[in-house]
Design a protein around this ligand. Structure first.
Ligand SMILES: [Zn+2]
Length: 415
């Protein structure tokens, strides 16, 4: 059956469409009209496309718009402890091949107003907001970590939610600071109560690189185990591959069974690499044990965005042995499901808002450095070529490095 020719705004022609969640993997065209995907298929009969993106080469892929479920984009809230150190959402979003970013607790309820007033109205990237459980942000190491349980102000959060319907889509807790060893279980329980009260997921940061300097670092493992028992389906454990104290591989004999149970009941395991929470050896051991992350996220901050990108985080997992198909799944369909938006984003389907990323897979001899300063090699880099967000075409920026998007040369890293 041949459908009549249709017109469209953008035609992405003859690309290698890869959407693991929808089972698409092959050469086809995608037509976009009115901000939505209007047709997908081989050799679409489309006339009058206002713009045609001709895809050439075997290594150019058309994938659902990438979703980064751990970023910091409370851009403009530049007070230490309340949002300092955040990225422009479009810089790490649409100009980096990413159509949706989740801000993970860059600000607490004290400063959450920065989103509806300053950030959301001008971002082209879709921004999802998770409020910090503590009133002030505790995003950055050493900046005003939660000092007391009173900082979890459930009434202020409830009032904020009431006055900003739909704004708060999750609660973020950073299990860092003396309070964790003193009262970590209570911190977790109170934060979870807030999340449940508003029917949103709780995302929890594990691992504290300063734990060794704090009283009772030995408590960190107990607290992490309490967390693994407390997390419910849809909650998110972030920094799965952290080498810091409090990570899931500490006391693995006691911790891993709880982690396995947590995953089995639907807790999301996310690595959120950042600069401070990715151990290559840990990620490789987890891969060997079959403990694969559900998602890949960047944890980008203003400081981190000149060192890596979400696509480079994907390349790091390819260096461990994950396939392109797997890392795309982890940043599209699975990432969408992790934040409860699988019916809206993360897939290429007719009728959906047109969030699409065009990527080049580049083979090479690349080098990476992890949080422990250990270097490792990989055979792939990923470069964003074009982003379509709600039907609008956006060109990518320069990339995180002085030379652009590709990871460093292995020879440079070895030096
Ligand atoms: Zn973070």
């Amino acid at each position: 059956m041949t459908a009549p020719p249709t017109s469209c705004d953008i035609l992405i022609r003859n690309g290698h469409v890869l959407d693991p969640g929808s089972g698409l993997d092959g050469r086809m065209d995608i037509a976009i009209a009115g901000g939505r995907i209007s047709a997908i298929g081989p050799d679409l009969d489309v006339t009058g496309a206002k713009r045609v993106l001709e895809m050439r080469g075997d290594d150019r892929y058309v994938v659902p718009g990438l979703i980064d479920i751990h970023t910091h984009v409370a851009h403009g809230a530049t007070t230490a402890g309340v949002g300092m150190g955040c990225c422009d959402p479009d810089e790490i979003g649409v100009r980096s091949g990413v159509t949706t970013v989740v801000d993970c607790g860059s600000v607490g309820v004290a400063n959450l107003g920065v989103f509806p007033v300053h950030v959301l109205p001008r971002a082209r990237t879709r921004v999802v907001v998770y409020v910090n459980a503590g009133s002030h942000a505790h995003t950055m190491p050493g900046w005003a970590d939660m000092a007391s349980l009173d900082e979890i102000d459930d009434r202020a959060i409830a009032s904020c939610v009431e006055h900003n319907p739909g704004l708060v889509e999750g609660v973020k807790l950073r299990l860092v600071g003396d309070i964790v060893t003193e009262a970590g279980e209570e911190v977790i329980n109170r934060s979870k109560k807030v999340a449940r009260e508003h029917g949103v997921p709780l995302m929890v940061h594990i691992g504290d690189f300063r734990a060794a300097e704090r009283p009772r670092p030995d408590r960190m493992g107990e607290v992490t185990r309490h967390l693994l028992e407390a997390l419910e389906p849809g909650d998110i454990l972030t920094h799965l591959c952290t080498p810091n104290i409090g990570g899931v591989m500490d006391d693995a004999g006691a911790t891993l069974p709880l982690l396995t149970e947590a995953r089995a009941r639907g807790v999301v395991l996310d690595p959120a690499l950042g600069l401070g929470n990715f151990g290559y050896a840990i990620a490789a051991e987890q891969a060997q044990r079959g403990l694969h992350p559900d998602t890949i996220s960047s944890d980008l901050t203003a400081g981190g965005q000149s060192f890596q990108s979400l696509v480079e985080c994907m390349a790091k997992f390819m260096a461990i042995g994950y396939s392109l198909r797997e890392v795309v799944a982890m940043t599209t369909g699975r990432a969408a499901a992790a934040i409860g938006k699988q019916d809206e984003i993360g897939a290429l389907a007719v009728g959906r808002e047109a969030d699409i990323t065009v990527l080049d897979l580049v083979r090479g001899d690349f080098g990476f450095v992890d949080t422990t300063k250990a270097s490792f090699g990989g055979g792939y880099g990923i470069v964003p070529v074009a982003t379509v967000r709600a039907g609008e075409l956006v060109a990518p920026g320069w990339g995180p490095h002085p030379w652009g998007w590709l990871p460093a040369d292995a020879a440079e890293v070895a030096r």
